[in-house]
Design a protein around this ligand. Structure first.
Ligand SMILES: Nc1ncnc2c1ncn2[C@@H]1O[C@H](COP(=O)(O)OP(=O)(O)OP(=O)(O)O)[C@@H](O)[C@H]1O
Length: 274
């Protein structure tokens, strides 16, 4: 990491296990997240990513092990799914105030920070996947959290939308110096700015920088016959345009995915995502 030091630890988990009946959903989980750090959880379906994130947010108490939070730690949570009654009219502004009282200027500033100020009076039902995700980021950021927990933040968003959201996550980290815990929907791709990747499979299968995880035998073994597709990283090259409405135009071949130690122009399909 860099000039954002000294790194203040926001939360640490030590030897955490969550059991339901005789079954361990996760066990032996240990990691910490510092201010300004981006930690990404990856792992197959059912490997315990959401369970681990819920332990971090405090929604689930571990059956055993220790969770230590910095005193007064504020966490902003962006859920994987939000239960909304889609038949009722709901504006973005109203969504922002459902879980707290905020002034008009606070709401405007939070939406501005995610490039969604123009959507303030829009109906939530009419937002695109990427716009909805931005509004959820704003909803989490309005409390000025020390730590943001993002459960599959690019789910249901197309590739240029994914790039824009990853860029936004980086910007949020840079401007607020919050810690970020992100769950990746994809076992093969993580944001390049990730400081630590933690690969779960009920326990911590392997961890380290994206490069370390990519070359770890445990990660390779977890991939099995899908191993030909090693971990790749989203690279941001500032060769796209941000428009006033928050949309991003990605130039042809501008996004690059670093793969097997090289940087190649790739299409999303070309990467062979499921
Ligand atoms: N409340 C619960 N009671 C019993 N089992 C549960 C409960 N919550 C989750 N599980 C199980 O625990 C395991 C881990 O689930 P979790 O949602 O943490 O995995 P995940 O890695 O986030 O999966 P996905 O990628 O599919 O979202 C799964 O097998 C799931 O069925």
């Amino acid at each position: 990491m860099d000039a954002r030091s000294p790194k203040e630890t926001l939360i640490s988990l030590e030897n955490v296990a969550v059991r339901r009946g005789a079954r361990a959903l996760v066990s032996g989980i240990g990691f910490s997240i510092a201010r300004g750090e981006i930690v990404t959880l990856i792992g197959p379906n059912g490997s315990g990513k959401s369970t681990t994130a819920k332990v971090v947010t405090g929604v689930i108490k571990p059956t055993s092990g220790e969770v230590t939070r910095r005193a007064g730690l504020k966490i902003g949570y962006v859920p994987q799914k939000l239960t909304i009654d889609w038949t009722l009219p709901l504006t973005v502004k109203r969504l922002m105030t459902l879980t707290g009282h905020f002034s008009a200027s606070e709401i405007a500033a939070a939406l501005e920070a995610v490039g969604a100020r123009h959507l303030i009076d829009a109906a939530v039902q009419e937002l695109s996947g990427g716009e909805f995700q931005r509004v959820l980021f704003a909803r989490a950021m309005i409390r000025k959290p020390d730590l943001m927990v993002l459960d599959e933040p690019v789910q249901g968003v197309d590739f240029s939308g994914e790039l824009a959201l990853y860029e936004l996550i980086r910007k949020i980290r840079d401007t607020t110096n919050c810690g970020i815990l992100m769950i990746s929907h994809d076992l093969h791709v993580v944001m390049a700015e990730t400081d630590t990747v933690i690969c779960l499979n009920g326990h911590v299968c392997c961890r380290g920088t994206p490069e370390t995880v990519k070359s770890s035998p445990e990660y390779q073994q977890l991939l099995g016959d899908r191993g030909a597709r090693a971990l790749a990283f989203y690279q941001h090259h500032h060769d796209h345009e941000h428009h006033a409405d928050g949309s991003v135009h990605v130039h042809e071949h501008s996004h690059e995915i670093s793969h097997e130690g090289h940087s190649k122009g790739h299409s999303h399909k070309g990467l062979g995502h499921a």
